[in-house]
Design a protein around this ligand. Structure first.
Ligand code: NDP
Length: 349
């Protein structure tokens, strides 16, 4: 984002197909083609359609930067392997993660429905996106989905002072027959790095608990946190979950930790490279002949949440999606201009 871009002013309205065409055009200009471009475009489009802010069109700049730095193989063709009946690995060969996920999803679903549970390791991929599209796709097939990935080392462990963990998102999807799945998806850091950057650009102090300076002292200064370390959400509890994500998406599947990814990237500013772990569970395997029992118990819980005025994660996204389908997607003109300026600058570098 440029310093003075005002994303709250004038907007241009796109239909969903029009926006997909625009995103594909940008990706083609960057040299991405075929299924690789289509899967990346679908992920960015889904983010913008669902009101995803930083995980919508804004991500085109990170995708561009990653391509210009040579951190992704534009021609990569992922290779899927069965490690056992219920364990799959897709070697991304340095593709963007949505292509690897797309290549492996049918087998993951088939294996989970056959074995009751299946695990997919995605290796050697470039991660720039939100994880909810993946667990939502699994839940739409009637399966429970869990996904996590490490990123770049920006977050200090609870009680520590040096960046070690990534922002390490964790996503969960639960099928709701006849309804959109229940999905949550968030970073295990107190805030996203993008939010800290936005505070810096706006000259605003950060809320307490978002980060520490390079000497380990709590600070509300965004610049000091960007140079120091972000903090996990929820103190020691979030810190342990962030560590779990490191272990599951890194050492367990033979891929990079966030510290490795950061060292691998050096000063390039590319999206994180590494692994992702995805679990798919068939509710039918625990209650043969009665999987509906799990779903109706879940609906009782959901109703009790909504009934007291709280909201379920993902309902905001689905509402945005319905709006996008009926009224189109309003994109800030300043964001479109910002992307074009960024692309032009990159091409002349
Ligand atoms: P948020 O803190 O905004 O939390 C998002 C989740 O919480 C969503 O499921 C959201 O549902 C839900 N939620 C938000 N507010 C409420 C509320 N008031 N009541 C109930 N539920 C609520 O997300 P983050 O900033 O931590 O992460 C944003 C995205 O960044 C994620 O999609 C994550 O995957 C992605 N990410 C990707 C990384 C990568 O390396 N690939 C690294 C880090 C993050 P709803 O959508 O309906 O609002």
């Amino acid at each position: 984002m440029t310093e003075d871009a005002d994303y709250n002013s004038e907007t241009k309205t796109f239909t969903i197909p029009e926006l997909e065409t625009y995103i594909l055009d940008v990706l083609h200009r960057l040299g991405l083609s075929g299924l690789h471009a289509e899967t990346v475009a679908a992920t960015i489009l889904a983010g913008e359609r669902d009101g995803g802010g930083s995980h919508g069109l804004y991500r085109l700049k990170m995708v561009a930067q990653t391509i210009w730095q040579g951190s992704v193989d534009l021609q990569a063709i992922p290779v899927l392997k069965n490690l056992s009946q219920a364990v799959l690995r897709v070697e991304g060969k340095r593709c963007f993660a949505p292509l690897a996920f797309h290549s492996a999803l049918p087998s993951l679903i088939e294996r989970a429905k056959t074995c009751g549970v299946a695990v997919l390791a995605i290796n050697d991929c470039v991660h720039f996106a939100a994880l909810w599209p993946e667990v939502e796709a699994i839940a739409q097939q009637g399966l429970v989905g869990i996904a996590c990935t490490a990123s770049h080392a920006w977050v200090a462990p609870y009680g520590g002072m040096k960046p070690l963990f990534g922002t390490n998102p964790l996503a969960f999807g639960w099928p709701r027959p006849g309804k959109d799945p229940f999905v949550f998806d968030f970073a295990t850091s107190a805030a996203s790095r993008g939010d800290i950057e936005l505070h810096r650009q706006a000259g605003q102090p950060l809320p307490d608990g978002w980060g520490i300076d390079s000497s380990g002292q709590p600070t509300n200064d965004p610049q000091a946190v960007l140079q120091g370390a972000m903090l996990p959400f929820g103190g020691h509890k979030g810190s342990a979950i962030a560590l779990m994500v490191e272990l599951l998406a890194g050492p367990l599947i033979g891929d990079m930790t966030s510290a490795n990814s950061m060292a691998h990237d050096g000063p390039k500013g590319s999206a994180p490279t590494g692994g992702e772990l995805i679990l798919a569970i068939d509710p039918a395997c625990f209650q043969p002949g009665r999987p509906a029992g799990a779903f109706s118990e879940a609906e009782t819980l959901f109703a009790a949440i909504v009934g007291q005025g709280a909201r379920l994660p993902s309902l905001r996204r689905y509402a945005a999606r319905r709006r996008a389908k009926s009224q189109g997607i309003d994109v800030p003109v300043a964001l479109l201009a910002d992307i074009e300026i960024f692309l032009k600058k990159g091409r002349t570098c």
